[in-house]
Design a protein around this ligand. Structure first.
Ligand code: UT7
Length: 309
């Protein structure tokens, strides 16, 4: 994983915004977030995380045959972030592409990588979730800017026999909810005109309560579905690594699932919502803390714009 060095606390935000540490903490569980500096970007963070993953896996980048990067904040429209990673690593035998599923980007990318391996087509696949949403925030909008941070996480999947690895995946989408979490301008529909810039249409627009309702519903239902599909019971799940959007969303889902909060990995206090980076960052930390070990049954569950889950 990689997060920018620069830390912005709730108190820092309260200096320029009508908000408070108390409000942000009690409504979201967030205390700090890491924000990319001028020379940091999604590609740079993705490369750092990928290099760390290669080191942990003791793998050679020349062995990688596919790179999938879940991101909605690529450095450029093209070339893709994945191609920048491919070049920086010297992954000369890899195909590479970005995948757009907002905060669900990592779980979508992981599922895609799993299928690529299961088909027999690929042996070693690099999967990255990364976002630099700080560049897409309206820093005057207290309803959104306090929620997000920047960061990247990476995993390597290697083909292997046996019951280990990805046991089951469930992907979902509901495009009818596209407008509840949207960046209205800078795509083909609405160009980045001076007027659009002045209206901050290149930044995140969100109906927080709608997203909240959607998130608590799908976090619980997608978890139940995938556990069932894997042939397991909820009691056999050791750890759940949910998308880190709001601690209250995780707590509500935990209640619905009748699972104790101790089984959920949360790190919102330190990073806020890092979008596609959030699940792999939480995964890395849980492994480092010894909460996930070989043989653990884990569920990774994301949700985000699209809507996707
Ligand atoms: O990856 C998915 C990304 N998005 C999410 O996960 C967002 C999901 N939604 C949420 O997490 C919550 O809806 C929020 C944290 C965004 C908002 O919490 P809420 O409890 O739903 O608050 P609200 O929108 O109902 O607003 C309550 C009040 C409003 O003031 P009035 O109209 O009651 O006077 C807001 O203006 O809180 C105000 N408010 C704030 N006050 C201080 C909104 N943001 C802030 C803030 N500081 N940062």
């Amino acid at each position: 994983m990689y997060v920018p060095k620069r830390v912005v606390t709730n108190d820092d935000l309260a200096q320029t915004l009508d908000t408070s540490d108390e409000w942000i903490r009690s409504r979201t569980g967030i205390a700090r977030r890491h924000i990319a500096g001028e020379h940091e970007s999604s590609a740079q963070m993705a490369i750092e995380a990928a290099q760390a993953a290669l080191q942990v896996a003791d793998a050679n980048p020349r062995e990688i045959s596919l790179i999938v990067v879940g991101t909605t904040t690529p450095d450029y429209v093209f070339p893709s972030t994945a191609c920048q990673v491919q070049n920086a690593l010297g992954a000369v035998h890899a195909g590479a592409f970005d995948l757009s599923a907002a905060c669900s980007g990592f779980v979508y990318a992981l599922s895609t990588a799993h299928q690529a391996i299961a088909s027999g087509e690929h042996d070693l696949v690099l999967v990255i979730g990364v976002d630099t949403l700080s560049r897409r925030l309206n820093w005057q909008d207290r309803g959104t800017c306090v929620l997000f941070g920047d960061g990247a996480g990476a995993v390597l999947l290697r083909a292997a026999e046996g019951p280990s690895g990805v046991l089951a995946t469930v992907l979902g989408a509901d495009g009818s909810g596209g407008d509840v979490l949207i960046i209205p301008a800078s795509g083909c529909a609405r160009s980045l005109t001076p007027e659009a810039l002045a209206e901050n249409l290149h930044t995140i627009h969100m109906n927080g309560q709608e997203v909240y309702r959607f998130a608590t519903r799908v976090l619980a239902s997608a978890t139940e579905q995938v556990v069932k599909k894997a042939g397991l019971t909820m009691d056999e799940v050791d750890v759940i690594v949910p998308h880190q959007a709001n601690l209250r969303i995780v707590e509500t889902a935990a209640k619905r699932l009748k699972m104790p909060m101790e089984r959920f990995v949360t790190n919102l206090d330190e990073y806020g919502n890092t979008s596609a980076g959030s699940i792999p960052i939480a995964l890395c930390e849980a492994i480092a803390q010894g909460r996930i070990k070989p043989g653990s049954n884990i569920v990774m569950v994301g949700f985000g714009a699209g809507l996707t889950w």
